[in-house]
Design a protein around this ligand. Structure first.
Ligand SMILES: Cc1cc2nc3c(=O)[nH]c(=O)nc-3n(C[C@H](O)[C@H](O)[C@H](O)COP(=O)(O)OP(=O)(O)OC[C@H]3O[C@@H](n4cnc5c(N)ncnc54)[C@H](O)[C@@H]3O)c2cc1C
Length: 406
């Protein structure tokens, strides 16, 4: 029987282990943690946004995001749903095609995969961090602190450096480089952002439905609507996570990255100006800071006015159209420079990774080393928020699993 090793008991590794075993291989699954699936357990705020019903390569980034096409075509949503049923897991479709386990609990995903894999005979080697992979006489020698074993084929599914507290690390890149693979610069993604200002920390706790425009080298690149949360270090919230991929990728390319926050995206500029002018006519003696407190979150008011260079205690009726327009402009395009991300510890995923140029997209096999496979987030593929990252891990793990058994 074909004896194969899978390194990493995350989403890609678990899927590959089940698929390889069902296709006829004997499988050893190495996991450095004391249990498999720790990122799955922490995912989606403990609910696990396991996949999405609308999947295409346009939901992914990487040097060659179309690399995902084949894997997605072999494991589309309907097939994945069937697979989940076959291992005892029911799914529920929620907003925007996002899918969760029916239980709404991430632990049911890990339980289903783990129980099924053990039942069919996958050997789980936990607390078994792989230290090295060597190819000797056509076989792969896998070394841990306690053992050295030989295999015909090996899959590296060690994930990325995101969330080191859950086991995220760069081991897969070290293994890949050892065999001559190129690793594209990695960076935290789906992550909070740091902004350059001397006042954002004073607005910590303010949450506002906004529109963020991302500017790269001064040019608008993307608009995202959603919640934004000011924090001590910068900004968080779903809109920020969504924009973070392009922002972080651009920072690694040394671009000038900035954002414009529209605190009131449902208002047209002219309408908002007219409404504020109406207020200034109604209560002309009110200081502009008081008047604006009824328009935008009060903690933001002093800093919007500081940015617009307007005295907060000036009577609103004395300000004139030009100044009001300046205030409205600031409210609707409040510019901040992005100085960095909040780091891998807080990131859901990592951009960059093992270059897909050197991987066969139909088999996940290395084009450089026969019998060596890679799947999941260790590759230079990162998805949008919404279940896409898990789906690429399932789909690439599925492809690799089939090939391992051949
Ligand atoms: C907090 C959080 C929430 C998330 N929520 C979602 C979500 O809701 N939806 C979504 O689509 N994505 C989500 N993600 C992203 C998703 O978890 C990852 O994209 C996915 O887990 C990648 O799967 P993987 O198998 O490639 O890597 P991982 O799941 O990271 O698995 C890699 C495994 O390899 C092990 N390992 C590493 N090195 C070694 C070694 N040398 N020897 C042995 N074992 C090793 C690790 O311990 C780990 O268990 C979330 C991520 C985080 C951190």
């Amino acid at each position: 029987m074909n004896k194969v090793a899978i390194i990493g008991g995350g989403a890609a590794g678990l899927m590959a282990a089940i698929t390889a075993l069902l296709s006829g291989a004997a499988v050893d699954l190495y996991e450095q943690n004391d249990r498999v699936g720790r990122k799955i357990l922490a995912s989606g705020n403990g609910r696990c946004n396991i996949t999405n019903t609308n999947l295409s390569s346009s939901d992914y980034y990487g040097q060659y995001s179309y690399f995902t096409d084949y894997a997605l075509s072999r494991l589309p949503f309907a097939e994945f749903k069937k697979f989940c049923l076959s291992i005892g897991l029911l799914l529920e479709i929620k907003e925007d095609g996002r899918c969760y386990p029916l239980s709404n609990e991430a632990k049911s995903v890990v339980l289903a995969f783990e129980t099924y894999a053990k039942e069919i005979g996958v050997t789980f080697l936990t607390d078994a961090a792989v230290k090295g992979i060597e190819k000797i006489d056509g076989q792969f020698m896998i070394t841990t602190a306690k053992s050295e074993k030989k295999y015909k084929k090996v899959l590296v599914a060690t994930g990325s450096e995101a969330a080191p507290q859950l086991g995220g690390n760069g081991d897969g890149y070290i293994f890949a480089k050892h065999f001559g693979h190129t690793v594209e610069t990695t960076y935290p993604s789906l992550v909070q952002l740091h902004i350059d200002s001397n006042f954002h920390h004073k607005m910590a706790g303010v949450k506002q439905f906004s529109q963020i425009t991302l500017y790269l080298d001064g040019k608008p690149e993307e608009h995202i609507k959603g919640d934004i949360l000011f924090t001590k270090y910068g900004i968080s919230g779903f809109a920020v996570l969504d924009i973070s991929q392009k922002a972080a990728a651009a920072l690694t390319r040394h671009k000038d990255v900035s954002i414009g926050i529209n605190l009131l995206p449902s208002f047209e500029r002219q309408k908002l100006t007219a409404q504020i002018l109406q207020l200034t006519e109604a209560v002309p003696s009110h200081p502009i800071a008081i008047l604006l407190s009824g328009v935008i979150p009060s903690k933001t008011v002093p800093f919007v006015l500081e940015t617009a260079n307007v005295n907060p205690s000036a009577p609103s009726g004395k300000l004139g159209n030009k100044t009001i327009k300046k205030i409205v402009h600031t409210i609707q395009n409040w510019r901040f420079t992005i100085s960095g991300t909040h780091g891998f510890r807080h990131a859901e995923v990592s951009g960059g990774g093992i270059s897909t140029e050197q991987i066969d997209e139909k088999t996940m096999e290395s084009k450089l080393v026969c019998g060596l496979y890679f799947a999941g987030e260790v590759l230079d593929i990162v998805g949008r928020r919404g279940g896409f990252n898990f789906h690429f891990a399932w789909a690439s793990g599925h492809l690799a699993g089939k090939e391992l058994a051949k």
